[in-house]
Design a protein around this ligand. Sequence first.
Ligand code: PLP
Length: 492
Amino acid sequence: MSKHGGAEPSSPHSSPPSAHSLGDMDPEDFRRHAHQLADWIAQYFSSIDLYPVLSRAQPGDIRAAIPDDAPEDGESFEAMLADFERVLMPGVTHWNHPGFFAYFAISGSGPGVLADFLSAALNVQAMLWRTSPAATELEEVTLGWLRKLLSLPDSFEGVIYDTASISTLHGLAAAREVAVPEVRAKGLAGRKNVSRLRIYCSEHAHSSVDKAVILLGLGHEALKRIPADGEFRMKADALEKAIEKDLAAHARPVAVVATVGTTSTTSVDPLPEIARICARHKIWLHVDAAYAGVAAMVPGFEWILEGAADADSLVVNPHKWLFTPFDLSAFYCRRMDVVRQAFALTPDYLKTVESAPVHNLMDTGIQLGRRFRALKLWMVMRHFGASGIRARIAEHMRLARLFADWIDASDRFERVAPVNFSVVCFRANGDDAFNEGLLDTINAGGEVFLSHTRLDGRYVLRLAIGNLRTTEAHVARAWSLLQQTFDQLHAG
Ligand code: PLP
């Protein structure tokens, strides 16, 4: 492939499309390439740490290496795979790398990758039960499995969306549906009898809450961020005061979003107290347990979802810490009828009658089409088993505590937040610029990738453990790189 010349003339089709192939890849070629790809992926999985974890591409590098126009004539799979390796791989940041410690580290595990391959082959679109009974019913079953592992009550019905942002959007859309009479028909604008609406979350809640509030037409100012305590947890008394103040001013509290595992520090908002406040004021409670929710499966960590049984909706992301390839977010709702009330709309061409009541996934949300995402969650859960999942999550938490112990014993670094799960927030002694320089130098090395946040106005480094391939040796390596780089920067 050349920038302006399209396909190299020396890249013929693997074999000419046969008369009956109708233009798709010939089945025998498909078989061969699928084996080739399986070999490529297996090799990749066993040698990811040979790549720099953070891509070293410069902005525009990848675009510049790809022709501006689509090829006029078809190209061979060999040519595509060669370009994938040569042009695209240098532009990949390796989320499956054992040295990936940034944001929330995740894993696309083998069973999940294989399930996505199968799902693409089936290409089912599960908008209606009949357009893929297996996709619809497997989604119900796997979300039931996960619900039981999290000890959530049966009254929670689940549905799979792509991301937690979309799950939270649907939770808050349902809350709006309950709070504002006839909002579906009449909307919000220009209605004299609709008060100003309010949503509450902690100052550390994820920006997906802001986006949902904006999209739902409440206006960004409707979101009240409640201050947190010294351990970054929402202050329940401050929440109650904010609600009472708004009620006194004739505003209408619509929902509270409580977070179990906040993005920066993984703090856990006091769910039981927040649930009591919501019940007292009849406010929808949505729990964002996108990252940490799965830890409730681990003995000793059940408490993190205490109070969730009284929530109205909850999100947990198997694509974060349940070894499921991106994307798969599980949304649970005690009042899925309200979600359906908000979104179900069936044009005549989609009306069906089945021999028994069924759920049509298109009714639970904004999307019509649905991927067969449940397949990967099902295969991941069957591959690891509940005990395997628990063991790995527990191991990640052990590694995080170990790293925190090293930080605590060091006179060059300080820890700046409790280690609740598998994330450690810390700083090197020195100002923000020194810490930023330390992070940039370490990340440029290619062995590890850490990210940062800002807490109480200070620049803070984060080490997040969540990849299946990360072992104690990788965490120890990150620690020794941090110390070495600290010394180098001080000396220089
Ligand atoms: N909620 C929390 C607590 C998060 O940390 C994140 C992202 O990291 C999200 C929600 C958004 O997740 P998603 O990318 O699935 O929308």
